[in-house]
Design a protein around this ligand. Structure first.
Ligand code: BGC
Length: 501
């Protein structure tokens, strides 16, 4: 055994003590890790792959991405996918979540031409995972829209709901015989809110007033159409589960009992992507619908900037879920702005609309990514909030992870701590709050292209050497820790304080 590996094993052995039975996760609880196509695949123009909005964005607006980084090669998973399967197996993952690149499968964005190499790439990956006993969890869309469809208006064009549904049907028809876990769209909030407000993500168009809310409505309709396609055409044969993954921020009270701003912003950022699907009545959260109608009127708009749903659309979207998929990273304390005070700042989604101010508490640890402050109990609070608002639905945590700058190399004790602390909250949620949490997914399996942060910010359980043409993956301490958790199916306690180890 190489000396460094031996050291790693010994140091892990000294920090873990065996798990108490109460720290066990329920039988059948799934542990996984996630990635997405643009962030890892590279091979942006091999064979007949079409151009996506992230190809265009990184190539034409390099100043909007750290050091002009691109996903042209990324982790080269298009060629190195076997290594990803290998490390997923080494970790003992129950599931591996990855996404399909729309333009790798449908180069022009529409189903008139399906790329054989694209079909094969995902076939190989899926079969490779299944051979190792790992369940594939497939995200159909993780932000890499075909540029051609963007040129026609992208998520602001109502026709996108059919374009997406067509794409989803193709994906299901090729892979649904082997894939049982599906996510239609990853984080509509980050597709519709962040880019349209800041221009810092593809397609780089700023239009927070109108574009953002057209996009919101269309992502919900697109998801619903895809879910119904699966439900009618594929479920009877393949019995899989389909959902949409929401990025959720935990909002906490600034002063005890000051719930109103908490509820309001939760309804805007979480409710707006959940109420239509998970509530009994469907449609927009009533409080948000009313607020937007009034605000739009006073601002001189002839109709609400949050486009109304027709009765048919409400019925189309309502109930289109098999579980709730949530991604959790960070939290904020919120309150209403005082007279003369500016609402915001980012990332409190829609805060100017609501006149809400967001802060963090001094005891929350900072990270290299300036919007991520660490607050593990926020995850538990969110799970309870979802149960209270939408009922006893199965909850699947489809992302949770710790950003670093890579200086820690393999000794990522902070990430170990982060993983431990969040899993602890998951157990509390299950055991104390009776929430039906069925799985946890670490973001990310490997370091990858972190959107506007390029390769500066790392989330990997495995380090990737981006200087090396082979893009070597090396196991970090957090991977060792997670592997132990999975093996024992239990939270592994760690000694405190962690950085003294
Ligand atoms: C996204 C990932 C991203 C991660 C960390 C999530 O919102 O789904 O693609 O890398 O956050 O920023």
């Amino acid at each position: 055994m190489a000396q460094s590996t031996l050291f790693l094993v010994i140091s892990i052995a000294t920090i873990v003590v065996s798990a108490e039975p109460t720290l066990k996760f329920p039988p059948g609880f799934k542990f996984g890790a996630a990635t997405s196509a643009y962030q890892i695949e590279g091979a942006w123009n091999v064979s007949d792959k079409g151009e996506s909005i992230w190809d265009r964005f990184t190539h034409t607006l390099p100043d909007r991405v750290y050091n002009g980084h691109t996903g042209d090669i990324a982790c080269d998973s298009y060629n190195q996918w076997k290594k990803d399967v290998q490390i997923a197996a080494e970790l003992g993952l129950h599931h591996y979540r990855f996404s399909i690149s729309w333009t790798r499968l449908l180069p022009s964005g529409t189903p008139n031409h399906i790329c054989e190499d694209g079909i094969k790439y995902y076939n190989d990956l899926i079969d490779g995972l299944l051979e190792k006993g790992i369940e594939p969890m497939v995200t159909i869309y993780h932000w890499d829209l075909p540029q051609r469809l963007q040129d026609l208006g992208g998520w602001c064009n109502p026709l996108i709901t059919d374009w997406f549904a067509d794409f989803a049907r193709i994906v299901f028809s090729i892979y649904a015989d082997r894939v049982k876990w599906w996510i239609t769209i990853n984080e509509p909030l980050i597709i519709c809110d962040f880019p349209f407000n800041t221009g810092q993500m593809a397609p780089g168009i700023i239009d927070p007033q109108i574009g953002s809310y057209l996009c919101t409505k269309h992502t919900l309709l697109a998801h619903a159409k895809a879910w119904r396609i699966y439900d009618e055409e594929f479920r009877p044969k393949f019995h899989g589960k389909v959902s949409i993954a929401n990025q959720l921020l935990a909002y906490e009270e600034t002063s005890p009992g000051d719930r109103e701003p908490v509820e309001l912003i939760s309804q805007l950022s979480t409710g707006i992507y959940s109420h239509a699907i998970y509530s009994k009545e469907g449609g927009w959260p009533p409080i948000i619908e009313k607020l937007f109608a009034e605000k739009s009127k006073t601002k001189g708009y002839p109709r609400s900037r949050l486009p109304e749903f027709t009765k048919e659309e409400i019925e189309l979207v309502r109930g289109t879920y098999d579980y709730y998929a949530l991604n959790y990273y960070t939290a904020r304390v919120v309150r209403f702005a005082r007279p003369g005070e500016e609402a915001g700042p980012w990332p409190v989604f829609g805060s100017p609309e609501l006149n809400i101010v967001a802060n963090v508490l001094p005891e929350w640890k900072t990270t290299v990514a300036d919007i991520f402050f660490i607050y593990p109990p926020g995850l538990r609070h969110l799970l309870s909030w979802l149960k209270k608002n939408y009922g006893d639905i199965q909850m699947f945590i489809t992302e949770n992870g710790y950003p670093s700058n890579g200086d820690e190399k393999l000794d990522d004790v902070e990430r170990v701590q982060f993983t431990h602390d969040h899993l602890e909250q998951v157990l509390l949620s299950i055991n104390e709050d009776d929430v039906d949490v069925i799985g946890y997914t670490a973001w990310s399996l490997i370091d990858n292209f972190e959107w506007p942060e390029g390769y500066r910010v790392k989330f990997g359980l495995y380090e990737v050497n981006f200087e090396d043409p082979e893009r070597t993956r090396t196991k970090r301490k957090s991977a060792e820790y997670y592997q132990r958790v999975i093996e024992q199916h239990a939270l592994i306690p760690i000694k405190q304080p962690y950085d003294e180890l």
